[in-house]
Design a protein around this ligand. Structure first.
Ligand code: NAD
Length: 479
């Protein structure tokens, strides 16, 4: 028998324990294993009133006390990451448990806390002027189904660090997972000596409850993470709003790139949580002279190449034609396919593969739906291009002006600079998987609310503050 090291045994035991205590059901939007979740309301007005009490409690705290609550949130998030990961996949049917677990650990480790809040001082002949980052008050946050508990916890850490109270109107399709995270934040607060109810949510969030939130006088800031519809709704609310909207991140691979690394990085990024992260690679523009090699490397790394006819057939399944409010026919992604395993999607066109296949790749032209639509599933179209000018032109068009995220694999500094400048995205990742852009294998803090439309970028505590100035004229200098 082969020798098993102590570390390996520990890993096996950890995995068994994880599997045993992770949920299979036994939860609702208001309870987990018979225990009532804290901070969940049936009426948005009541939820806002409770969040206001939370805000008052945070305002009365020292920064050190706030940081203690955040430390406890980080601890519980690490300890319960596997529960939320499993629940998220079970409830939404989307994503991968292990990747979701890693996303929670990332949030716990790399979401900035109170250290992100810094005051500025300006001194001169006329005295001292101090600018401080103050809370808004009660923040109304709308969260998506794709990173449900990750977004609730990441938003909560940043918003509490900034001294705010928070009320969430989460995506109805991920309400149990989102409310588990709300409860976790409240448990952390109580354990660290804070209020029992610090952040709040709804048992049955609807567009109506979102609308009550958006127009409620006690809500001073709206933070919305989701698709174009909801971002537009909060931006027309008449309130200060932070909008983190849709993306369709293109990748360019030129003929100076390390193709072995590029092929692996792209598949790693594209398949992370089955392509649910809004930053994940969605379409590739590859130089014609390296495209064959790139495809081969992708195949070696878990990609399954389908034909053009299969791609066209798949497009009719993963995209549904709907008529919008204006009576126009629009394509929308089938919820039965978003975030599903490549194996499950391939079965829909009669192709049976094993678990080693994690991505579906195909060659298409630029106008193909797979290039134009934000699919959020492990399907990656590859378009051959002749030169950098064509690559940049098409990639910028495919990004649709979202100014969200773009990627490039190249060693040519001029190419890298030209694309970065032309595409104007909030995140631009060079020679790495997409997730390096949110601090996973790349420098910098993380967020699950990337605010391109309103410009806050990779949001953190300071994004949820308002600047206030205090002036002491003609004195208080020490020189
Ligand atoms: P979605 O747009 O379907 O839903 C987001 C939230 O908005 C949900 O809570 C939903 O109930 C609510 N909502 C929808 N329309 C609304 C309206 N008119 N008024 C008020 N609330 C409304 O999002 P989803 O499918 O869960 O997430 C995927 C989308 O979100 C993708 O487009 C993705 O790119 C984007 N996203 C962006 C970021 C980012 O940081 N920029 C992060 C995650 C997801």
């Amino acid at each position: 028998m082969a020798n098993i090291s102590e570390a390996e045994i520990r890993k096996i035991v950890e995995n068994i324990v994880r599997g045993m205590d992770a949920p299979k059901s036994g939860y609702t939007s208001t309870s987990f294993e018979g225990r009532r979740l804290i901070g969940i309301y049936s009426d948005m007005n009541e939820a806002i009133d409770a969040a206001e009490q939370g805000y008052k409690a945070v305002r009365a705290m020292t920064v050190e006390q706030r940081e203690k609550i955040i430390t406890e949130i980080r601890k519980l998030t690490r300890e319960e990451a596997h529960i939320m990961a499993k629940m998220g996949v079970e409830e939404t049917g989307m994503g991968r448990v292990e990747h979701k677990r890693l996303k929670h650990i990332l949030v716990a480790d790399k979401t900035p806390g109170t250290e992100d809040i810094v005051a500025e001082a300006k001194t001169g002949d006329s005295g001292l002027t101090l600018t401080e980052m103050a809370p808004f008050g009660v923040v109304g946050a709308i969260t998506p189904s794709t990173n449900p508990s990750e977004t609730v916890i990441c938003n909560s850490i940043g918003m509490i660090a900034a001294g705010n109270g928070v009320v969430f109107n989460p995506h109805p399709g991920a309400i149990c997972t989102s409310n588990y995270a709300v409860d976790l934040v409240n448990r952390a607060s109580a354990a660290a000596g804070g209020p029992k109810v610090l952040v709040c949510s709804m048992d049955k969030p609807t567009l109506d409850s979102a609308s009550v939130m958006q127009s409620h006088p006690k809500i001073r800031l709206l933070v919305c993470t989701g698709g174009p519809g909801v971002v537009k709704a909060v931006l027309s609310s008449g309130k200060k709003a932070i909008g983190a909207g849709a993306g369709n991140p293109p990748v360019i691979v030129d003929d100076t790139a390390d193709i072995q690394k590029a092929g692996k990085d792209i598949i790693d990024g594209c398949t992370f949580d089955n392509n649910l992260p809004c930053i994940a690679e969605k379409e590739v523009f590859a130089f014609r002279n390296i495209a064959d090699e790139l495809i081969r490397v992708m195949q070696k790394n878990g990609a399954y190449l389908i034909t053009k006819a299969q791609a066209d057939k798949l497009a009719t399944i993963v995209l549904e034609e709907k008529t919008n409010k204006a009576g126009k026919k629009v394509k929308s992604v089938s919820r039965k396919c978003v975030g599903r395993d490549a194996k499950v999607i391939l079965k829909m066109i009669g192709v049976e593969v094993g678990d080693d296949v994690r991505c579906i790749i195909c060659e298409t032209d630029f106008n193909h739906d797979f290039v134009q639509e934000e699919l959020m599933m492990p399907i990656l179209p590859i378009v051959r291009v002749d030169n950098i000018e064509e690559a940049i032109d098409l990639a910028v068009k495919a990004e649709h002006g979202n100014r969200h995220t773009a990627h490039m694999h190249s060693k040519n500094i001029d190419h890298l600079s030209a694309f970065a400048s032309a595409v104007e995205t909030t995140i631009f990742v060079k020679n790495a998987p997409s997730y390096a852009g949110i601090g996973f294998g790349g420098e910098g803090h993380t967020t699950f609310t990337i605010a391109g439309p309103t410009g806050e970028g990779i949001t953190s505590a300071r994004s949820f503050t308002r600047k206030r100035r205090c002036v002491m004229a003609d004195s208080f200098r020490i020189i």
